[in-house]
Design a protein around this ligand. Structure first.
Ligand code: SF4
Length: 349
């Protein structure tokens, strides 16, 4: 039988010291190095916890913020859009295809939100508008948007949605030449403000641009002419843009800026009123007339073809009069975030 060694008792209150410490004991006696913060993994379907950083507008911090912005935009329909879908459902006859379709769309949004999964299989073209405080690095913001696109794709919030148009290859990470689209400009104040929309290919395909006058439509270079071509674009979209849609339109500008300004209107909430009374009146009229077309949800027929119409205008050359229309599908995905100088991110939809 092996006798067990008795533990050596230290005098009360004093740790026992050996005259000469062995190497292992010396190592144990050294103060433990400070543990590096370990990035906590997100639970499935939950956002990754934010990591505090010294530079709230730097690439690293903004990558985390933009990744969460992607998660929110891709998986949670904005409250005003959901309310509009629910209202539209109520307007349809019980048992009609239109009402059943709205039931499916609304249930789809509920499941997506609960599971943090994309609302639609096409997670769309990311389009950022970012206003930055003076002195912030524009390059850092652009790089963060690209890194966040890759992170959100890896996390499954986005489908690998970028195709190299030259090689027809999909790199698999959601990023590419000109993707995501990032517009950065200097804002007022010390807060960085970023807004993101995800615009699917189906609805992007039915956007349009016309040059007035348009003889076929009897559309002259005036506001009546503008309304005629916008309405024509809504009619031509039918169900292909996954109605009911939200229309952004712009008259004036050159071709490129006209399209951009039309798309920018899609950041607006459905219930906001245009500050310009003439355009507010156009928006209301087009919404009413668009809904009389009877195209209905997904083109199955019904009382709601549009959830909203938002317009704007730009100066033009005397020789040009463009009307640009950007069509957003029922899955109107948008989200915003304000990043305060403290690094705190305040999200909105
Ligand atoms: S148009 Fe919208 S709803 Fe339709 S497939 Fe594309 S993203 Fe989805």
């Amino acid at each position: 039988m092996v006798k067990s060694k008795k533990p050596v008792k230290a005098a009360a209150g004093k740790p026992r010291q050996s005259a000469k410490k062995k190497p292992a004991a010396r190592a144990a006696a050294r103060p433990a190095p400070k543990a590096k913060p370990v990035a906590k993994k997100a639970a499935p379907g939950k956002p990754a916890p934010a990591t505090p950083t010294a530079d709230p507008f730097g690439e690293r911090a903004l990558t985390a913020v933009f990744t969460e912005l992607f998660r929110r935009a891709a998986t949670a329909i904005p409250p005003d859009v959901l309310a509009a879908l629910e209202k539209a459902r109520e307007r349809e006859e019980s048992g009609s295809v239109a009402r059943d379709t709205f039931d499916v769309l609304i249930e789809n949004t509920r499941l997506a939100r609960e599971d943090s999964r994309p609302i639609c299989q096409d997670t769309g073209m990311p389009f950022f508008e970012v206003a930055v405080p003076r002195g912030a690095s524009l390059g850092a913001i652009e790089r963060a948007a690209v890194a966040a696109t890759r992170a959100a794709t890896k996390a499954g919030y986005l489908r690998p949605n970028s195709v190299d148009s030259l090689t027809n290859k999909n790199p698999g990470d959601g990023a590419g030449r000109g993707m995501p689209i990032v517009h950065v400009h200097e804002g007022k104040g010390k807060t960085l403000s970023a807004h993101l929309i995800l615009k699917g290919g189906g609805c992007e395909n039915v956007g349009s641009q016309s040059a007035l006058p348009n003889v076929d439509l009897g559309a002259d270079r005036d506001l009546e002419g503008v309304k005629k071509v916008v309405l024509e674009a809504i009619f031509n979209a039918q169900g292909k843009g996954c109605a009911p849609g939200v229309i952004g339109f712009c008259f004036g500008g050159d071709r490129a800026n006209g399209y951009n300004e039309a798309k920018r209107q899609l950041f607006r909430k459905l219930d906001d009123a245009n500050a310009e009374p003439a355009i507010a009146a156009m928006e209301a009229e087009l919404l009413e007339k668009g809904n009389l077309l009877g195209i209905g949800p997904m083109g199955y027929g019904g009382k709601t073809t549009l959830l909203g119409v938002k317009g704007s205008y730009l100066a033009r050359l005397p020789a040009s009069y463009f009307v640009s229309v950007s069509y957003m599908c029922w899955a109107t995905r948008r989200a915003g975030v304000d990043v305060l100088p403290s690094g705190k991110a305040v999200y909105s939809q």
